[in-house]
Write a protein that binds this ligand. Structure first.
Ligand SMILES: Cc1cc2nc3c(=O)[nH]c(=O)nc-3n(C[C@H](O)[C@H](O)[C@H](O)COP(=O)(O)O)c2cc1C
Length: 341
């Protein structure tokens, strides 16, 4: 195991240096639940927690950052959604509270937003959904990239993690640290992406059932019961009315969403609704649905966002245990590669 440990150190050294952590494992920001408790627990256990700013306003974000700093002296990041109306003010809050890493998510950030974030002194991480965009982001001065595939929980792109990794890592990995996300639930997978050139990984789904995570017990139970195939993207019934794809556990809410779209489209065709109104109705269907599931525990009609790795979540356990399992699996994989197992 000793030489496996040395090998792992070398494989993810760049990621560890970039994050300032023991392990190059980011706990991907998850709206409502990536708050002080989960974030501090991941960072204290040697990973890298990330606060999900989601729809927080600047004062609330400031309070959350300060509360997290009180619970951990280790580095953590803040995830900001680029289309937030107060993005500039949120970036400024990160600067005033000396946040070391800002993750810009939810759409391609403008060059101005990247510059503002960098000017705070923070390292700036962005999501690259394709090679051309990865190159563009590097030109805009970002310090690291996350490439997240369609296996992930929450809002997703169309391309699988394995394909994005093959498309982007060989071309870009030498230029800047790249973290791979989506569908990673075990250490063996972490090693394989590191061997392809990734600096580290980002996991969300695997941390939902952390004992330190404030997700409602019903939400955690749904994760423990679910198989990979239960985590599906939202269904779109008509190409005229696009639906933003979100991967979540299929439930009554998902079923009703299909009926709801059919009903709205019928009313549009009957001339009862303008196209714009109909589109807005469809977009509003899921408003507040993640909070309803993850905080209030309504896992029937709420949105139980989960990645396909949900099938690998089997129990509630502390973050330290999750990370040490991942580490053992990674070391085991390296040992067996060199015939040491
Ligand atoms: C319940 C849930 C909520 C999420 N919310 C956000 C979010 O607010 N912002 C974001 O950038 N990513 C969000 N994500 C994505 C995660 O940060 C992470 O990238 C993803 O979960 C990694 O893939 P995995 O689920 O296969 O581990 C969310 C994921 C889940 C499961």
């Amino acid at each position: 195991m000793a030489s496996s440990a040395g090998r792992l150190d070398r494989l993810w050294q760049r990621g560890r240096e970039f994050l300032g952590t023991d392990y190059a494992i980011m706990g991907g920001a998850m709206s409502w639940i990536s708050e002080r408790h989960l974030v501090a627990a991941i960072s204290n256990a040697g990973g890298f927690g990330v606060i999900a700013c989601g729809s927080m306003e600047p004062a609330r974000l400031r309070a959350e950052i300060i509360a997290t700093q009180e619970q951990t002296k280790r580095p953590f990041g803040v995830n900001l959604i680029t289309m937030h109306p107060d993005l500039d003010a949120l970036i400024d809050v990160c600067g005033q509270t000396h946040v070391s890493h800002i993750v810009l998510a939810g759409g391609l950030p403008s060059a101005a937003a990247i510059k503002r974030a960098k000017d705070t002194g923070a390292k700036v991480v962005c999501f690259a959904p394709a090679l051309v965009l990865a190159k563009k982001l590097v030109r805009s001065g970002v310090d690291a990239l996350v490439i997240e595939g369609a296996e992930a929980g929450g809002h997703i792109g169309p391309v699988a993690t394995s394909v994005l990794a093959q498309e982007i890592l060989p071309v870009m990995a030498e230029q800047l640290p790249i973290f791979v996300a989506g569908g990673i639930g075990r250490g063996e997978a972490i090693v394989s992406y590191l061997e392809m050139g990734a600096a580290g990984v980002q996991l969300g789904t695997r941390f939902v059932c952390a004992s330190e995570c404030i997700a409602h017990p019903n939400f955690k139970q749904s994760f423990i019961r679910a198989a990979a195939r239960d985590a599906v993207p939202t269904t779109q019934v008509d190409p005229v009315f696009p639906v933003i794809p979100v991967r979540a556990l299929y439930n009554q809410g998902s079923k009703r969403f299909i009926e709801f779209q059919h009903d709205i489209i019928r009313r549009y065709r009957a001339g009862e609704l303008e196209q714009k109104e109909a589109q807005l109705e469809i977009e509003h269907y899921w408003a507040g649905a993640l909070k309803r599931a993850v905080i209030d525990g309504d896992v029937e009609t709420g949105s139980v966002m989960a990645g396909q790795s949900v099938g690998l979540v089997t129990k509630v356990q502390p973050c330290a245990e999750i990370l040490s399992e991942l580490l053992d699996q990674a070391l085991g994989a390296l040992a067996s590669r060199s015939g040491l197992a």
